[in-house]
Design a binder for this molecule. Structure first.
Ligand code: GSH
Length: 198
Protein backbone atom coordinates (compact mmCIF):
# COMPACT_ATOMS: atom_id res chain seq x y z
CA UNK A 1 0.00 0.00 0.00
CA UNK A 2 1.15 3.58 -0.70
CA UNK A 3 2.58 5.38 2.32
CA UNK A 4 2.54 9.14 2.86
CA UNK A 5 5.18 10.45 5.28
CA UNK A 6 3.69 13.61 6.48
CA UNK A 7 3.00 16.27 9.08
CA UNK A 8 -0.22 18.24 9.05
CA UNK A 9 1.60 21.55 9.52
CA UNK A 10 3.66 20.93 6.40
CA UNK A 11 3.19 21.16 2.65
CA UNK A 12 2.20 17.51 2.86
CA UNK A 13 -1.31 18.59 3.82
CA UNK A 14 -2.06 19.01 0.10
CA UNK A 15 -1.05 15.40 -0.54
CA UNK A 16 -3.26 14.04 2.18
CA UNK A 17 -6.13 16.13 0.80
CA UNK A 18 -5.52 14.66 -2.68
CA UNK A 19 -5.45 11.10 -1.34
CA UNK A 20 -8.73 11.74 0.49
CA UNK A 21 -10.28 13.12 -2.72
CA UNK A 22 -9.23 9.99 -4.59
CA UNK A 23 -10.49 7.61 -1.94
CA UNK A 24 -7.75 5.08 -2.70
CA UNK A 25 -6.01 2.89 -0.10
CA UNK A 26 -3.01 4.50 1.59
CA UNK A 27 -1.27 4.65 4.92
CA UNK A 28 -0.30 7.89 6.57
CA UNK A 29 2.84 8.05 8.71
CA UNK A 30 2.97 11.22 10.79
CA UNK A 31 6.44 12.48 11.63
CA UNK A 32 6.65 14.91 14.53
CA UNK A 33 8.55 17.96 13.31
CA UNK A 34 8.69 19.54 16.77
CA UNK A 35 10.80 16.68 18.11
CA UNK A 36 12.80 16.42 14.89
CA UNK A 37 11.48 12.91 14.17
CA UNK A 38 11.49 13.74 10.44
CA UNK A 39 15.29 14.08 10.57
CA UNK A 40 15.74 10.43 11.48
CA UNK A 41 16.73 8.54 8.31
CA UNK A 42 15.39 5.34 9.85
CA UNK A 43 11.93 6.91 9.96
CA UNK A 44 11.83 9.22 6.96
CA UNK A 45 12.51 8.01 3.39
CA UNK A 46 12.72 11.60 2.01
CA UNK A 47 16.24 12.04 0.54
CA UNK A 48 16.57 15.41 2.33
CA UNK A 49 14.72 14.27 5.46
CA UNK A 50 11.87 16.67 4.84
CA UNK A 51 8.14 16.08 4.55
CA UNK A 52 6.19 15.05 2.63
CA UNK A 53 7.39 11.90 0.91
CA UNK A 54 5.27 9.31 -0.83
CA UNK A 55 6.40 5.70 -1.05
CA UNK A 56 4.58 3.91 -3.81
CA UNK A 57 3.49 0.28 -3.90
CA UNK A 58 6.67 -0.69 -5.78
CA UNK A 59 8.90 1.16 -3.27
CA UNK A 60 9.52 4.26 -5.40
CA UNK A 61 10.10 7.27 -3.15
CA UNK A 62 8.68 10.59 -4.35
CA UNK A 63 9.42 14.01 -2.91
CA UNK A 64 7.89 17.44 -3.75
CA UNK A 65 4.34 17.93 -2.54
CA UNK A 66 3.00 19.45 -5.78
CA UNK A 67 4.54 16.73 -7.94
CA UNK A 68 2.98 14.10 -5.69
CA UNK A 69 -0.48 15.66 -6.15
CA UNK A 70 -0.11 15.79 -9.94
CA UNK A 71 1.24 12.23 -10.06
CA UNK A 72 -1.65 10.92 -7.95
CA UNK A 73 -4.20 12.73 -10.12
CA UNK A 74 -2.61 11.14 -13.19
CA UNK A 75 -2.21 7.67 -11.69
CA UNK A 76 -5.91 7.68 -10.83
CA UNK A 77 -6.99 9.70 -13.87
CA UNK A 78 -10.29 7.79 -13.97
CA UNK A 79 -11.30 9.70 -10.79
CA UNK A 80 -11.56 12.91 -12.82
CA UNK A 81 -9.07 15.27 -11.14
CA UNK A 82 -6.91 15.74 -14.26
CA UNK A 83 -7.91 16.44 -17.90
CA UNK A 84 -7.22 13.75 -20.52
CA UNK A 85 -3.61 13.30 -21.61
CA UNK A 86 -2.78 15.77 -24.39
CA UNK A 87 -5.28 18.34 -23.08
CA UNK A 88 -3.40 19.30 -19.95
CA UNK A 89 -1.79 22.57 -21.02
CA UNK A 90 -3.74 24.88 -18.73
CA UNK A 91 -3.80 22.25 -15.99
CA UNK A 92 0.01 22.18 -15.90
CA UNK A 93 0.13 25.96 -16.25
CA UNK A 94 -1.82 26.38 -13.00
CA UNK A 95 0.07 23.66 -11.15
CA UNK A 96 3.39 25.34 -11.96
CA UNK A 97 2.02 28.84 -11.43
CA UNK A 98 1.00 27.93 -7.89
CA UNK A 99 4.31 26.38 -6.99
CA UNK A 100 6.90 28.38 -8.89
CA UNK A 101 5.26 31.80 -9.02
CA UNK A 102 2.73 32.22 -6.20
CA UNK A 103 4.04 30.09 -3.34
CA UNK A 104 7.46 31.82 -3.01
CA UNK A 105 5.73 35.15 -2.26
CA UNK A 106 3.53 33.54 0.40
CA UNK A 107 6.57 31.76 1.83
CA UNK A 108 8.47 35.06 2.03
CA UNK A 109 5.66 36.67 4.07
CA UNK A 110 5.34 33.52 6.20
CA UNK A 111 9.05 33.35 7.05
CA UNK A 112 9.15 37.06 7.92
CA UNK A 113 6.17 36.55 10.25
CA UNK A 114 8.01 33.71 12.02
CA UNK A 115 11.24 35.47 12.91
CA UNK A 116 11.51 37.67 16.05
CA UNK A 117 10.02 41.11 15.45
CA UNK A 118 13.30 42.97 15.90
CA UNK A 119 15.01 40.87 13.22
CA UNK A 120 12.30 41.24 10.58
CA UNK A 121 12.90 43.12 7.38
CA UNK A 122 9.47 44.66 6.69
CA UNK A 123 10.48 45.62 3.14
CA UNK A 124 10.76 41.92 2.21
CA UNK A 125 7.21 41.13 3.32
CA UNK A 126 5.83 44.34 1.81
CA UNK A 127 7.42 43.59 -1.57
CA UNK A 128 6.14 40.01 -1.48
CA UNK A 129 2.60 41.18 -0.65
CA UNK A 130 2.62 43.69 -3.49
CA UNK A 131 4.00 41.18 -5.98
CA UNK A 132 1.51 38.53 -4.87
CA UNK A 133 -1.41 40.94 -5.43
CA UNK A 134 -0.22 41.51 -9.00
CA UNK A 135 0.30 37.78 -9.62
CA UNK A 136 -3.30 37.11 -8.61
CA UNK A 137 -4.51 38.88 -11.76
CA UNK A 138 -4.54 35.80 -14.02
CA UNK A 139 -6.19 33.73 -11.28
CA UNK A 140 -8.96 36.31 -10.86
CA UNK A 141 -9.45 36.32 -14.65
CA UNK A 142 -9.64 32.52 -14.85
CA UNK A 143 -12.29 32.43 -12.14
CA UNK A 144 -14.37 35.33 -13.50
CA UNK A 145 -16.74 33.06 -15.43
CA UNK A 146 -16.34 29.64 -13.86
CA UNK A 147 -16.30 28.17 -10.37
CA UNK A 148 -12.96 26.40 -10.90
CA UNK A 149 -9.79 27.15 -12.84
CA UNK A 150 -10.62 24.87 -15.77
CA UNK A 151 -14.40 25.24 -15.73
CA UNK A 152 -17.13 23.52 -13.78
CA UNK A 153 -15.11 20.70 -12.22
CA UNK A 154 -12.77 20.78 -9.25
CA UNK A 155 -9.41 19.47 -10.46
CA UNK A 156 -6.05 18.81 -8.82
CA UNK A 157 -4.86 22.27 -9.96
CA UNK A 158 -7.69 23.77 -7.85
CA UNK A 159 -6.55 21.76 -4.85
CA UNK A 160 -3.04 23.20 -5.25
CA UNK A 161 -4.31 26.74 -5.87
CA UNK A 162 -6.71 26.62 -2.94
CA UNK A 163 -3.98 25.30 -0.64
CA UNK A 164 -1.78 28.30 -1.36
CA UNK A 165 -4.70 30.77 -1.24
CA UNK A 166 -5.79 29.42 2.16
CA UNK A 167 -2.23 29.87 3.42
CA UNK A 168 -2.14 33.40 1.96
CA UNK A 169 -5.49 34.23 3.52
CA UNK A 170 -4.11 33.27 6.95
CA UNK A 171 -1.32 35.79 6.40
CA UNK A 172 -3.75 38.58 5.44
CA UNK A 173 -2.68 38.47 1.78
CA UNK A 174 -6.19 38.17 0.30
CA UNK A 175 -7.87 41.17 1.82
CA UNK A 176 -10.62 42.54 -0.44
CA UNK A 177 -10.28 39.61 -2.88
CA UNK A 178 -13.96 38.65 -2.65
CA UNK A 179 -14.03 36.24 -5.60
CA UNK A 180 -10.80 34.51 -4.61
CA UNK A 181 -11.92 34.18 -1.02
CA UNK A 182 -15.20 32.62 -2.19
CA UNK A 183 -13.23 30.22 -4.43
CA UNK A 184 -10.92 29.26 -1.55
CA UNK A 185 -13.97 28.67 0.67
CA UNK A 186 -15.64 26.58 -2.05
CA UNK A 187 -12.58 24.34 -2.33
CA UNK A 188 -12.01 24.25 1.43
CA UNK A 189 -15.60 23.09 2.01
CA UNK A 190 -15.02 19.80 0.22
CA UNK A 191 -15.60 16.80 2.50
CA UNK A 192 -12.25 15.28 1.49
CA UNK A 193 -10.46 18.33 2.85
CA UNK A 194 -12.32 18.04 6.14
CA UNK A 195 -11.29 14.36 6.32
CA UNK A 196 -7.68 15.32 5.65
CA UNK A 197 -7.75 17.77 8.55
CA UNK A 198 -9.47 15.44 11.01
N1 GSH B 1 9.29 21.91 -1.98
C1 GSH B 1 9.13 20.87 -1.00
C2 GSH B 1 9.40 21.47 0.37
C3 GSH B 1 9.62 20.41 1.44
C4 GSH B 1 9.87 21.09 2.76
O1 GSH B 1 10.69 22.03 2.86
N2 GSH B 1 9.18 20.63 3.80
C5 GSH B 1 9.29 21.27 5.08
C6 GSH B 1 7.90 21.32 5.74
S1 GSH B 1 6.74 22.23 4.78
C7 GSH B 1 10.19 20.45 6.00
O2 GSH B 1 10.22 19.24 5.93
N3 GSH B 1 10.88 21.15 6.89
C8 GSH B 1 11.62 20.53 7.93
C9 GSH B 1 13.09 20.61 7.75
O3 GSH B 1 13.56 21.12 6.72
O4 GSH B 1 13.79 20.14 8.67
C10 GSH B 1 7.72 20.30 -1.08
O5 GSH B 1 6.80 21.03 -1.51
O6 GSH B 1 7.51 19.12 -0.76
Amino acid sequence: MMKLYFNKFSRGSRDLWMLEELGVPFECVTLDMRTGEHRDPAKNPHPLLKVPALVEDDGTVLMESHAIVVHLADRYADKGFIPPSGQRGRFYQWCFYVQVTLEPEVYAVFTQSRIPEGERQPAIAEAARAKFATLLGPVRAALADSPYLLGDSFMACDLLMAGVLIWARGLGMLEGETALLAYADRCAARPARARSLA
